[in-house]
Design a protein around this ligand. Structure first.
Ligand SMILES: *Cc1c(COP(=O)(O)O)cnc(C)c1O
Length: 230
């Protein structure tokens, strides 16, 4: 399968899953996860019209962001960010993995004093909905407290939530995690923690994006189904 064929198939599958559950195609966005694949693949996909790209590691994101020939790409950092690497996060990149106070502190500090005169950072809060011990993300019980804290940081624009489901064949388990994220998001919206909140739900990957769409995903993060295996 060529990149173009994979891309068209994934888009068709997203479209079909979206309309099948009565949602509007305009409400579900595809983030193409290009990690480990060369920047030429990013250029090729951007030439086919793809705008949103995701990377797992900050160094790889910065490298591809600087090397790509494509204009107008919107970059998403979907992997963990160490506090000592916050300074590497370029202005305009959307961070999906805010999950702790120490990271919020560093983000607020760095993006309040951006030398270009621009300021602020768009983020999603990552929640550990699967209950796996070694997964990153804030525990659902600690989410409200983190939101209260982050709400005091005007440089941080929280726009939604992100989660990763457990790697399992059990659809019920996956669905439960996604449904949980959605209900947490509705709760945050109702409490009006953030003026910038827009109920973004970043959930669903190559293996589980159809379930995620059924459970309300607004952004699916898809790598291998587009670019091939890593
Ligand atoms: C790699 C990755 C993806 C994409 O995974 P695929 O299974 O290749 O679609 C999505 N989200 C995160 C956080 C990732 O690290």
């Amino acid at each position: 399968m060529s990149l173009n064929e994979n891309y068209q198939r994934v888009k068709e599958e997203i479209y079909a899953a979206t309309v099948a559950c009565g949602r509007s195609p305009a409400d579900v966005h595809l983030i193409a996860v290009s990690k480990t694949h060369p920047v030429a693949q990013v250029d090729a996909l951007a030439a086919l019209g793809q705008v949103d790209f995701g990377e797992n590691r900050i160094a790889e994101l910065v490298e591809k962001k600087n090397a790509t020939l494509a204009k107008n790409i919107r970059w998403h950092l979907i992997g963990q960010l160490q506090t000592n690497k916050v300074k590497l996060l370029p202005q305009g990149v959307i961070l999906h993995t805010l999950d702790r106070v120490s990271l919020a502190d560093k983000l607020a500090q760095h993006f309040a004093t951006n030398p270009n005169g621009e300021s602020g950072v768009d983020v999603l809060i990552q929640v550990n909905c699967s209950g796996e011990e070694n997964k990153s993300g804030v525990h659902p019980d600690a989410l409200d407290a983190l939101c209260e804290y982050v709400a005091q940081k005007s440089a941080i624009r929280v726009r939604g939530l992100m989660t990763m489901a457990e790697h399992t064949d059990e659809e019920k388990t996956i669905r439960k995690a996604f449904a949980h994220l959605r209900s947490l998001s509705e709760n945050i919206a109702a409490q009006k923690f953030f003026l910038t909140y827009e109920n973004i739900l970043s959930m669903g990957m190559s293996g589980d994006f159809k379930i995620a769409i059924q459970e309300g995903a607004t952004h699916v993060r898809i790598g291998s189904a587009i670019f091939g295996s890593r």
